[in-house]
Ligand binder design. Structure first.
Ligand code: C2E
Ligand code: CA
Ligand code: CA
Length: 555
């Protein structure tokens, strides 16, 4: 039997001398013995078993089983006596792990034994060549080792070089490597006893630090700050050729409850948070932020699913826009709604930014334009100069061929360009980005009108609005709120309207909710009014019935 003392002792001695897993495979009796530590890593229930072929088969990554079987058959038949194969085993979580398995057949009496070792391929590279630091696989095994001791606590700090990709692209990989070596040196100089540095993938470095759980995050922040000033100093003294900054994310760990995979996910998320906060900063791991991030990802996935599923759950609502003087219907603003099987009715304020971030606003925006244009055409039968206001996102303007899409749609449905107003929200981008300016100009050249949305909330300069060829400004709800009670707001809006009119720009006042507000707004001299007082955004049929139906006072 392979469990014989001789082999067991041999394996346990070898366990201490090497990172590999030693094994003895009795090819004659189909018995197997492997280092104890292999049981912690791979899908094995024990380290000694009789029905070797079947046990090993279930521990091997299925697509690689064929080549192993062929090789073992050659060893059993005597066709070969050396085994040297790279293939994959499954780890405890079922992930394939590349291993290099080497061995030689020895004859022991009647029995043929294959004696050899299995090495995790990732573990071969213990050190990183560029920085001379320990590699990620060592971090994993160091963390696993800590787990053997009760309640080891401390923190993991992940450091990333900001915009490292750009450094590589701009100055070449040689300079990139130099930056990495510099960062490695600085981190190494900052760490103390009980701390170890590792080079992870790309531009990332990790510090594993033992210490008090409760102060872990302040300790990590302190270390980050020390490293950052060391790097600043280093750049100034030695490496002025390329300037760079670093971000850091950290998580506190307790080895008795945090697995390696979980804790490294947390530390990566913390670094991601630091980068989102503008880089060159530190962020501790926050469960709340992580949950919000996961929720965001889930919503984005649902949005994607809805869009792919023929815009399932999306519906365009219409809010009336009223002529200020006659209080008759001028047109409508198209506003998107999303009713989802998981999240129910969600406000566009929440989902539009998610669509923008993932560029999903481009296909959805195209669909909204199509719906609103068709609707406009229908309602133009009742009011020939019916005006449909459609919101455009900057992502649509910057990242898609928006004018072409609009022209295709509007010309296909055969409506006058003048019946459509495109609304763009005020932002710094409007003024500073020449590409945006040129797209907006092309809208104007094609006789579409442009409105600047939420005027007063951003950079509100009438001069640049005139230069940008906006023909309408929509004054934000914020100014109208309590306009009947606040004289300041009233004076300000009146002044804006006068200035706009002097530049030949029309004004729509948004967010009129009450009769009192309306009475005040009536005296302002605006061109159009929009707000809950006249109607909330509603489905097309409700809109048609209330505003365009027979006997409507708005006709
Ligand atoms: P927005 O373009 O400023 O749209 C006006 C928002 O104010 C709408 O919110 C509307 O329901 C709300 N509103 C109108 N009158 C009143 C009022 O009297 N009182 C109050 N409290 N609110 C009023 P909604 O529909 O939730 O949309 C929010 C924002 O989401 C929009 O602000 C717009 O920025 C964006 N959005 C909505 N639909 C679309 C769309 O189809 N495309 C794009 N790109 N953005 C959209
Ligand atoms: Ca709008
Ligand atoms: Ca608005």
């Amino acid at each position: 039997m392979l469990g014989a003392d001789k082999y067991i002792e041999f394996l346990s001695v070898m366990d201490e001398c090497t990172d590999s897993y030693m094994f003895v495979f009795n090819l004659t009796d189909d018995e197997y013995l492997i280092s104890e530590k292999a049981v912690d890593k791979f899908m094995l229930d024990g380290n000694s078993f009789d029905n070797a072929t079947s046990v090993i088969s279930s521990a091997v990554y299925p697509p690689d089983l064929g080549m192993l079987v062929v090789d073992v058959a050659k060893l059993q038949s005597g066709q070969s006596n050396m085994h040297n194969l790279e293939y994959r085993w499954l780890d405890k979580q079922g992930n394939p792990i590349w291993i290099a398995c080497k061995g030689r057949v020895v004859q022991e009496g009647e029995k043929k034994l294959l004696i050899g070792s299995i090495t995790e391929r990732g573990k071969k590279n213990k050190y990183d060549n560029i920085t001379s630091l320990l590699s990620e696989s060592v971090l994993e095994s160091d963390y696993a080792e800590l787990g053997n001791i009760e309640h080891m606590t401390g923190f993991l700090l992940l450091i990333g070089v900001d915009n490292f990709k750009k450094i590589n692209e701009k100055y070449g990989t040689k300079r990139g490597d130099k930056v990495l070596a510099g960062v490695a040196k600085c981190i190494t100089e900052c760490i103390e006893e009980g701390q170890k540095v590792y080079r992870l993938k790309g531009d990332e470095f990790a510090v594993l630090s033992l210490g008090d759980y409760d102060t872990a995050m302040t300790d990590a922040k302190e270390l980050y700050k020390r490293i950052r000033s060391r790097i600043d100093w280093y750049i100034e003294m030695k490496d002025f050729s390329s300037f760079y900054t670093i971000s850091g994310g950290a998580v506190a760990f307790d080895t008795s409850c945090d697995t390696y995979n979980h804790i490294t996910d947390c530390m990566k998320f913390a670094l991601h948070t630091a980068k989102l906060r503008g880089r060159n900063t530190f962020a501790p791991y926050s469960q709340e932020d992580y949950d919000a991030y996961i929720r965001k990802m889930d919503i984005q996935e649902e949005l994607r699913r809805s869009i792919i599923n023929n815009f399932e759950g999306f519906e365009v609502y219409y809010q009336p826009v009223i002529r200020a003087g006659s209080e008759r219907l001028y047109g409508a603003e198209a506003l998107i709604r999303w009713n989802n099987r998981v999240y129910g009715f969600m406000s566009p304020v929440e989902f539009i930014p998610l669509l923008e971030e993932s560029s999903l606003i481009i296909p959805l925006g195209k669909w909204i334009i199509e719906q609103a244009v068709m609707q406009c055409k229908e309602w133009m039968h009742i009011i020939p100069d019916f005006t449909m206001n459609i919101n455009l996102s900057f992502v649509q303007i910057m990242k898609s061929d928006i004018l072409k899409d609009v022209l295709d749609c509007v010309d296909y449905h055969g409506i006058e360009h003048n019946n459509i107003v495109f609304e763009a929200t005020e932002s710094g981008e409007l003024e500073s980005n020449n590409a945006v300016k040129s797209v907006l100009n092309s809208f104007n050249n094609n006789c579409f009108r442009l409105a600047i949305d939420d005027f007063g909330t951003g950079y509100s300069n009438l001069r640049y609005i005139r230069d940008m060829l906006f023909s309408i400004i929509k004054i934000d709800r914020m100014f109208v709120k309590n306009i009947d009670k606040q004289d300041d707001n009233y004076t300000l809006v009146k002044y804006i309207i006068e200035m706009a009119h002097s530049l030949n720009i029309n004004v729509c006042v948004e967010g009129v909710e009450t009769e009192e507000e309306l009475n005040k707004v009536r005296n302002l001299g605006a061109d159009c009014i929009q707000g809950y007082y006249f109607g909330k955004p509603m489905p097309k049929d409700d809109f048609a019935e209330k505003f365009l139906g027979e006997g409507s006072k708005y006709l």
